[in-house]
Design a protein around this ligand. Sequence first.
Ligand code: ZN
Length: 205
Amino acid sequence: MAQSPEQSEPEAGNVFEWVETRIEDRDDWARRRRKDIPTDKQLMVIACMDERIPVEEALGISLGDAHVFRNAGGKVTDDVIRSAALSVNFFDTTEIIVINHTDCGMMSAPDDAVVTGLDSVAGGSLDNIDLNPALPSLNIGDASIADWIWMTDDIDEACETQVDLLRNHPFIPDDVTVHGYVYEVESDELRRPGERIAEEINTRA
Ligand code: ZN
């Protein structure tokens, strides 16, 4: 939005106004965080890192509209909580949308295959891995690397789980709306979790 003041035409005799607007728009854009200006849609998006998800296009948004957090699986991990806590409590974000998707890589292997792969990379010492190298005291505790990696069995259930985790987290105020959708790579459309239309209309009602 603030990126394209060229949308309007300068008016004869008042060209300076066009220039002034352009300067103000640029100032608002450049100093957003210092001027407490929220994202244009007051939105945070949490999506899988998968290269096939056109996040902005799927939500009808563009640059400047949302904070976008992408990770493997579009899962509500500790850093998603950290980022969402800042976005909703300090940057006036009022809505969160989670996007998971079909054919997610998180459904492409069994847990033990991933654990074995990481174990061999780490030289067989998974217990001493820093989950956050800048914060070594943050350790995995009683959980396992498999829990941390968090592979997925069912994308619709996974999506609903992420929404519940955000809605129930103490850092996310109750008046923040949270919704989740499954992006179908095969149809280029979003669906509500649990509404697999293609599956239903290919079998007898
Ligand atoms: Zn994915």
